[in-house]
Design a protein around this ligand. Structure first.
Ligand code: ADE
Length: 225
């Protein structure tokens, strides 16, 4: 079973995303183990301080090296980790291919970035991979960590109700997913495409492929070779 340890100074932020939906179910079904750690528990002073002024004199607090060193060391003494990820806008852009790769690993640590950054020695010596979820700046890395965990956990066998559904997601074959419909076949005069009602499986597959291709050409031409 995959284990993901998330290291944060605001653990409460991750309660809701990990309690509900597919990730919540995956935890309950023991498909994945997600453990949130409060970095403050590894502070060395009685004020549980985890950030300090930047040597450069810039405004804003910087996450201190020592508590992070201690928590990562503590976790590594209990098991080995395949990847120690840091979430940051200057990381590599997270994508489906990376989600697929992470879903095949055993133990992953995710250190959530801090608004004004973390002592760079952590990134130089302890982090194996830096990931960004997009070209915009979040207040901290927690939401990015939740996005990464969601994308990874839903790929695990047993996480989704229908085993095959993760394979038909947008991006899994390099194309956007085709449109989907459910009953009623006509609503308010709006009709479901006729081909879907005729029950010809091969014709439906062909239609889905054409729709995927057309949508990708129109909406995300950058995805096509
Ligand atoms: N922390 C702040 N902004 C971020 C982003 N875009 N991706 C990942 N972590 C972040």
């Amino acid at each position: 079973m995959i284990r993901i340890d998330i290291l944060t100074v605001v653990p409460d932020l991750l309660d809701s995303p990990f309690a509900h939906s597919i990730v919540g179910r995956a935890k309950a079904k023991h498909v994945a183990e997600l453990v949130v750690h409060d970095i403050r528990d590894y502070a060395t002073d009685r004020h549980r301080r985890v950030d300090d002024y930047a040597f450069s004199g810039d405004a804003g607090m910087v996450m201190m090296v020592e508590p992070v060193f201690r928590i990562i060391g503590d976790l590594k003494s209990q098991r080995s980790y395949d990847e120690v990820i840091y979430t940051s806008p200057d990381g590599v852009r997270f994508c489906q291919k990376e989600a697929n790769r992470l879903s095949t690993l055993g133990n992953i640590m995710i250190l959530c970035g801090h608004y004004k950054g973390i002592d760079h020695r952590i990134r130089e010596h302890l982090i194996t991979k830096e990931l960004s979820i997009g070209d915009y700046v979040l207040t901290g890395g927690e939401l990015a960590a939740a996005v990464i965990c969601d994308a990874v956990v839903r790929l695990l066998p047993g996480a989704l109700g229908d085993e095959s559904s993760a394979l038909t997601d947008s991006f899994q074959d390099g194309l956007l997913a085709p449109p989907v419909y459910t009953r009623p076949a006509v609503f308010n005069g709006w009709k479901v495409p006729e081909i879907l009602l005729q029950g010809n499986a091969a014709a439906i597959e062909q239609w889905k492929f054409e729709q995927s291709l057309e949508r990708t050409q129109r909406l995300r031409p950058d995805l096509l070779p």
